[in-house]
Design a protein around this ligand. Structure first.
Ligand SMILES: Nc1ncnc2c1ncn2[C@@H]1O[C@H](COP(=O)(O)OP(=O)(O)O)[C@@H](O)[C@H]1O
Ligand SMILES: [Mg+2]
Length: 223
């Protein structure tokens, strides 16, 4: 479902953020991406949702190739890829319900359908009781649950998580990992960049380790 074929990424002259990445990730996998700061984790994730295009080589996601995808096809691919970040990226002037609903409004989902889907996903992530709250009224863990709800409401087949627990306390971190596990069990591939080795020990899954833009370890599927 995701394939990297000899991928190189250069942001600035002579500085390789990724060099010679070859990788396959199948439908429904759970994959950790680890490595020191600057190793290329975020770059790898951004290439998957085609926020970036490789300098050399090819990334193929759900049949779309980075070399051949047309600009008008990119939004269709992105609809099917949920992304969450360390800093949540919620809209500050919208409440919880509106933040999640907005993800459907921008793709033209009918109003009645939006309400049904948003209420369902808020219940799934356990944040329904805060649906009228604004982001500043929520803890980090709660804000990340809203971000997860926003990603899930479009029924993605891949969820990318870029250090999702970096700003969350240990209790919130456990809850977020539990949610990501459940999302994966229901069939969505989860690819998570993280620093937190304790998470990985508690829930061992395939681990890809990057160092200076290269894969130095890939355990393959562990379940
Ligand atoms: N927008 C950018 N412009 C220039 N260099 C960048 C940019 N984003 C990342 N880099 C560089 O690419 C390398 C990999 O970065 P990144 O993928 O963010 O690593 P990680 O997420 O593992 O910390 C680093 O050397 C970083 O400085
Ligand atoms: Mg990063």
């Amino acid at each position: 479902m995701i394939e990297f074929r000899d991928v190189y990424m250069v942001y600035e002259k002579n500085w390789y953020a990724l060099q010679g990445i070859n990788l396959r990730i199948e439908k429904g996998e759970f994959v950790y991406v680890v490595g020191p700061s600057g190793a290329g984790k975020s770059t790898l994730l951004r290439l998957i949702y085609m926020d970036l295009f490789p300098t050399a080589g090819e990334v193929v996601v759900a049949g779309y190739s980075s070399s051949r995808i047309k600009p008008k096809e990119i939004p269709y691919l992105r609809r099917k890829i949920g992304v969450i970040f360390q800093d949540f990226k919620l809209l500050k002037d919208k409440n919880v319900y509106e933040n999640v609903a907005f993800a459907l409004e921008v793709i033209g989902t009918p109003r009645r359908k939006i309400k049904e889907k948003v209420l369902k996903v808020l219940a799934e992530v356990g944040i329904s009781h805060k649906r009228h709250a604004f982001p500043y009224q929520l803890s980090g863990g709660e804000q990340q649950k809203v971000a997860i709800a926003r990603a899930l409401v479009r029924d993605p087949f891949i969820l990318l998580a870029d250090e999702p627990t970096g700003n969350i306390d240990p209790e919130g971190t456990r809850e977020i990992l539990e949610l990501l596990k459940n999302i994966n069990t229901s069939g969505t591939a989860v690819i998570m960049a993280t620093h937190e080795l304790s998470l990985i020990e508690r829930f061992p899954r395939r681990l890809i380790r990057l160092e200076q833009g290269r894969i130095v370890e890939d355990t393959g599927v562990r379940s």
